[in-house]
Design a protein. Sequence first.
Length: 324
Amino acid sequence: MNLHIQKRVLVTGGSGFLGSHLCEKLLLEGCSVICLDNFFSSSKSNIHHLLTNPNFEVIRHDVTFPIYIEVDEIYNLACPASPIHYQLDPVQTTKTSVHGAINMLGLAKRLKARIFQASTSEVYGDPLCHPQKETYWGNVNPIGSRSCYDEGKRCAETLFFDYNRQHNLSIKVVRIFNTYGPRMHPNDGRVVSNFIVQALSNKPITIYGDGTQSRSFCYIDDLTSAFIKFMATPAKLTGPMNLGNPVEFTIMELAEKIIKLIGSKSELVFEQLPQDDPTQRRPDISLAKKSLDWVPAISLDEGLEKTISYFDHFLSESSELNND
C-alpha cells in the first residue's frame, strides 16, 4: 500500500512578513509546517489565520540557541530585515545571522535535511556593477551602522557553503531583493510601507536623498513561489541565486505612483540619505529564469494596489481600536 508521507517543514522567522506568506504557501502545498519565531520584529497577527490549521504549529524560540526537533526541510528566514529593527540591537542581529545559521545547519546535518538560507541583496553593499550578478563579490562597509546585517548575512552564506563542502549538506541559498506586500510592518522604515502609510494619512512623504536612487520591487507571492521551486531542484543547484524583480524604478517614481494610486494629498519632503544606503539595486535573474523557469508575474501597479488595500484596512482597524 502506497501511503503518502507528509513533509514536515521548519520555517524560522515564520511569523515575519516573508515567513508568514511562506508558511501559508507550504500549507497549501500539503506540508506540515512548524513556524519558529521569537517575535522580536514579527507579529503574531501575521499567522493568526493559520492557527486553526491542524498541520500548523508555532514554537516561540530564538535561533541563537539550538533546538532539537525532527523535520524534513528547513527554511532559515530568521533575522530582522529592516534597518530600523536590525539597528536596534546590532550585536543580536549579527548573532541571529551567524549563530542562527550555525544552529540550523547543525540541525540539518543531524537530520540529513535540506536547508534553505534567505540571504539578501545587501551582500552586494553599494554595488560598483549594475545590475548585480551572483558572481559579484560586493562593495560592503564592514564597520558601518548597516554592517551587522550585511556582514552577518555574508558570514551566514560562508557557513552554508562550508557545510556543503565539508559535510555534503544539501543547501539552497537565495539573495532576496526588495520585496513588498501585505503584512509588511507599518513602522519598519522600508520605502514601500513608509510611502503607503504616509500617503494614506495625507502626511508628507519622506524621501531620503534626492529621489534618484533606484530599486526594483518584487511582490511577495512571486518571491515565495520561487522559494518553493528552488527548494525542489536537484542538490547540485546550491545558489547563491538572485530573486527579485528586474524592473527598476527611482524612489521618486515610486512615491509619485503611490500618491496617484491612493489619490493622496501628500507632498514630498527630502531628508539626508542614511549612511551606506545603496544608490542602485537591481537583480540579474538569469540564473533563476534558466534554472527555475521563473520570472515575477505581478506588476508594480498590481502589487501596490493589493498592498495599499491591506494597509488601508490595517490603519482603519488600528484607528477603531484606538477610539474604543
